[in-house]
Ligand binder design. Structure first.
Ligand SMILES: Cc1cc2nc3c(=O)[nH]c(=O)nc-3n(C[C@H](O)[C@H](O)[C@H](O)COP(=O)(O)OP(=O)(O)OC[C@H]3O[C@@H](n4cnc5c(N)ncnc54)[C@H](O)[C@@H]3O)c2cc1C
Length: 560
């Protein structure tokens, strides 16, 4: 494709050198979030007391200057050289996503997958030029937003391309236009969550995208769209898909710019082709996103259940009652204890309601009544209509919320102590839920013992609920063996994927497929659909340069 085939204006005006700095300054190259938030060695050591048999000292964090990396095999042509970096710090930070197996491999200094170059385009024209060059030079291109993938989505694995370019979108980070009449905004794909919301606030009108994945702070709109991310809200608009009005995607075969429409029955949706395409069919450069009024009425409550089965029935009743709670997070006894939200083998249900327009106390009372009908004990309801805060929420709600926000840093601290600590998520219909829950707890419990030689924790929470089913999210914590952490997790994870597929549960509810979920995804998707996906890949990316290995195998390549 040439730059003439797209409209430079659509790239959002003048480039701003240094934009996208959010992605750099203070970010951890090896783990989650900001370096100043990472656990100090003393806290890592203290965590090791949670599990038997862990080493006494945390793995040291290598400096990027100490890493061994192969020399770049490719060079960008002179006209593009200013957009591209081959510095070790940039290459190291773009080697992996943020899954547990990424963190431990980075801590061990394994940089075999490092990209040769990292590009930071500031405009769509620059991005098109980079793709054109990559196509002719047989360079694999890995679109990179915040790099928070937990499924190997941004890691080049074992292909035969001449080189690998990580395409970092974080300098394309602006809210370009707000249509307050229709309540929608045109937003560049590289914007991180906090900046997106700040910019919307700057436009006045009290509008919000209201999409808050746990990774909100360090992930981008483009990444959310490319992975069909799930936000924090438990019902109604659970996935980013529901908030998309139109998308602009640069593919090697041309630019796909869909119309802004509130709804359309005109054949298969072009947006649906690219939602979840994980950088394999094109690079999302911007999207018109549906906005909502900021909620001002909020209330929450925690409900305790002696029996998990009763809690599940309560959640099903709530999901089927049309009350659409913003939060409906059920923690099983292990998860509730880990979050400090309950003791004595209780399950805890965290309920939250929000509205921009109406007081919500009545809705919370209805939800609590349903929970009581199923044996729940409702704690002090928190928040109140009209306050706009969540003040007054019960201890269990507060404990859960702070554990939720701190969890990624704790995970990295445990990883430094060579503990195995990872999650996997899925979705299934209610009729299969109990069978799946029990099979995972038993099967993964056994797999953990077999792989590590001792029992570990296998906990579960429900992150999203639907009238016809739920999305269980499992956490595994176990004793690892230094140097073998990633391989041990891989064994446990493949046991998990086998159980999910056997129970007809999705290989992922919102974490995407990436490279890690390919074996399960290949079994989940119907074969005629796989055929169509391969055909779309060949048509849009005939040289097979875009994120090879993700979603579909790249066909033998046309070389330039
Ligand atoms: C601690 C933690 C918490 C998380 N919580 C959640 C959660 O609550 N909900 C959830 O859904 N996920 C969650 N994730 C997973 C991850 O944050 C999501 O998958 C997120 O959508 C990725 O966004 P990103 O900008 O970081 O994308 P990246 O990780 O950079 O990329 C992800 C994939 O999208 C592709 N991609 C990125 N940008 C573009 C683009 N502009 N065009 C085309 N392809 C692109 C990449 O090539 C890759 O395949 C979490 C991850 C971590 C580490």
């Amino acid at each position: 494709m040439t730059a003439r085939e797209h409209s430079p204006d659509a790239s959002g005006g003048p480039a701003r050198p240094g934009a996208g700095a959010h992605a750099g300054a203070g970010r951890s190259w090896w783990g989650w979030g900001r370096t100043d938030q990472a656990l100090p060695d003393s806290e890592c050591r203290a965590l090791a007391a949670l599990l038997p048999g862990l080493p006494e000292e945390p793995l040291p964090v290598p400096g990027t200057g100490e890493l061994t990396m192969a020399s770049p095999r490719i060079r960008a042509p002179g006209a593009l050289a200013h957009l591209v970096s081959d510095g070790p710090a940039d290459r190291a930070a773009h080697t992996y996503g943020k899954a547990y197996r990424d963190v431990v491999r980075a801590l061990h200094g394994d940089m075999a997958a490092a990209p040769d170059l990292v590009a930071h385009p500031r405009t769509e024209t620059e991005l098109v030029d980079l793709l054109d060059w990559a196509g002719t030079a047989d360079v694999a291109v890995i679109p990179y937003g915040g790099g928070s993938s937990v499924t190997g989505g941004v890691e080049y694995r074992g292909g035969d391309h001449a080189g690998v370019l990580s395409l970092d979108l974080s300098a394309m980070d602006r809210v370009l236009e707000v249509d307050t009449t229709s309540r929608a905004a045109r937003i560049q794909a590289g914007v991180f969550g906090p900046s997106l919301e700040d910019q919307l606030r700057g436009h006045g009108g009290g509008l919000t995208l209201r999409h808050f994945p746990q990774s909100f702070e360090f992930s981008t709109l483009g990444g959310w769209l490319a992975t069909r991310a799930g936000g924090h809200y438990a019902t109604l608009y659970t996935h980013i898909d529901d908030l998309v009005e139109s998308m602009r995607v640069v593919t090697p075969a041309g630019v796909c710019d869909s119309w802004r429409l509130p709804g359309s029955g005109a054949g298969p949706s072009p947006d649906r082709l690219f939602l979840g395409s994980e950088g394999t069919l094109g690079v999302i450069t911007e999207a018109w996103m549906r906005l909502q009024d900021r909620p001002v009425h909020k209330a929450s409550a925690a409900v305790r259940f002696a029996a998990f089965a009763d809690a599940v029935e309560a959640v099903r009743a709530i999901a089927q009652a049309g009350l659409n709670p913003a939060n409906c997070r059920l923690l099983d006894p292990g998860e509730a204890a880990l979050a400090g939200a309950a003791q004595d083998a209780e399950s805890v249900l965290v309920l939250g309601v929000e509205s921009a327009h109406h007081p919500v106390d009545g809705r919370l009372a209805e939800l609590c009544a349903l929970a009581r009908d199923h044996g729940g004990t409702v704690g002090d309801p928190g928040g109140s209509g009209g306050s706009g805060t969540e003040a007054g929420e019960g201890d269990a709600v507060g404990a859960w919320r702070s554990a939720f926000l701190r969890m990624p840093y704790l995970r990295d601290g445990l990883a430094r102590m060579s503990a195995i600590t990872e999650t996997f998520e899925t979705a299934c219909t209610w009729d299969r839920f109990t069978g799946l829950y029990e099979a995972v707890r038993a099967g993964i419990g056994a797999a953990v013992e077999e792989v590590t030689g001792s029992p570990g924790l296998v906990n579960c929470r429900l992150t999203h609920v639907y009238p016809d089913g739920a999305a269980p999210y499992f956490t595994v914590i176990a004793t690892g063996r230094r140097g073998a952490e990633a391989a041990m997790w891989d064994e446990i994870k493949s046991a998990a994927m086998e159980i999910l597929v056997r129970h007809g549960a999705s290989v992922t509810h919102h974490h995407a497929v990436g490279r890690d979920h390919r074996p399960g995804y290949d079994r989940q998707r119907p074969e005629p659909f796989a055929l169509a996906l391969r055909a779309a890949k060949s048509a849009l990316d005939p040289r097979g340069i875009l994120n090879p290995g993700v979603l579909v195998d790249t066909q033998p390549r046309e070389r330039g």
